[in-house]
Design a protein around this ligand. Structure first.
Ligand SMILES: Nc1ncnc2c1ncn2[C@@H]1O[C@H](COP(=O)(O)OP(=O)(O)OP(=O)(O)O)[C@@H](O)[C@H]1O
Length: 258
């Protein structure tokens, strides 16, 4: 699979005596939407932290877009084209919705979608241009009506959307979503599912999704990797994962197989 966008080989990290992640092998082709699931403490967020430079792996290799990125500083990983959201929302709570996107606007101009829906006359200066681009971007996420609201005052589901919008403002090739549906009700989760499918298509994204909501994971992912106690115990299509006895025992439980 030399053409994979992301290729992870024998990835591992140890904290003191704890092997939090070991021997993880995974790949993602351009445009794929892949799930990463497993019980609490299985090593999912730790894997994200290694992919984004927060932790330096103690073993293994991470190749992204043909380059080795294991152990790079997080800002360099972002520059290579990987953005993420966090399990616990991390917005600039005291800034407006618009400013949250503006501070992350390193790459909006790179988005074809923005330039095609919003052709800016060349006389706009940098600041005006950034503001217009950021607004056009908010509109895609249904967040333009909240532009002047402080982020902390947004309804929860909208905060989650804003986090995704902000991650996308850096124009990533690979987007890592850490439990984006956590704390959402059924309607918000459904809307989020549609949003993920939409941005994937419109922004030509590759997405790795950590999520406990199995309807969401099974509903939109092409393939799924399953971690348990820091090790991969299965990978495959949603149908294969749903009927895998190891996965049922470690995570899904009997009822999901019905
Ligand atoms: N900085 C750290 N120092 C020590 N142990 C850590 C550190 N980061 C993670 N761990 C440990 O690594 C293991 C995996 O944790 P991780 O947060 O990756 O699990 P997870 O699969 O994301 O769980 P959850 O679904 O609850 O978010 C846990 O035992 C955790 O305590």
């Amino acid at each position: 699979m030399s053409s994979a966008l992301l290729m992870v080989e024998n990835l591992g990290i140890q904290f003191g005596g704890l092997k939090a992640v070991q021997n993880v092998e995974l790949y993602m082709n351009q445009g794929e939407l892949i799930g990463l699931i497993g019980p609490n403490g299985a090593g999912k967020t730790t894997t994200f932290n290694m992919l984004t430079g927060v932790y330096t792996p103690t073993e293994g290799k991470i190749m992204f877009d043909g380059k080795s990125i294991g152990g790079l500083d997080p800002y360099k990983v972002t520059r290579q084209g990987i953005s993420r959201t966090f399990q616990n929302i991390r917005l600039f709570k005291e800034l407006t919705v618009l400013d949250n996107v503006k501070v992350a606007n390193h790459g909006l101009a790179k988005h074809n979608l923005i330039s095609s829906i919003f052709r800016l006359p060349s006389h706009f200066n940098g600041e005006e241009k950034m503001e217009k681009e950021s607004l056009a971007f908010l509109k895609i996420f249904g967040l333009d009506v909240y532009r002047d609201e402080l982020a902390k005052n947004l309804p929860y589901g909208m905060q989650r959307r804003l986090e995704i919008a902000r991650a996308l403002a850096a124009a990533p090739k690979l987007l890592l979503l850490d439990e984006p549906a956590a704390g959402m009700n059924a309607k918000e989760t459904h809307d989020l599912m549609e949003l993920i499918a939409f941005i994937r298509k419109e922004f030509d994204l590759t997405i790795l999704l950590i999520e406990h909501d199995m309807n969401l994971v099974m509903g939109i992912c092409e393939r799924i990797y399953v971690l348990d106690h820091g090790q991969l115990i299965a990978s495959g299509t949603p149908a294969e994962i749903r009927s895998n006895p190891k996965v049922i025992e470690a995570y899904l439980g009997e009822e999901v197989t019905e």
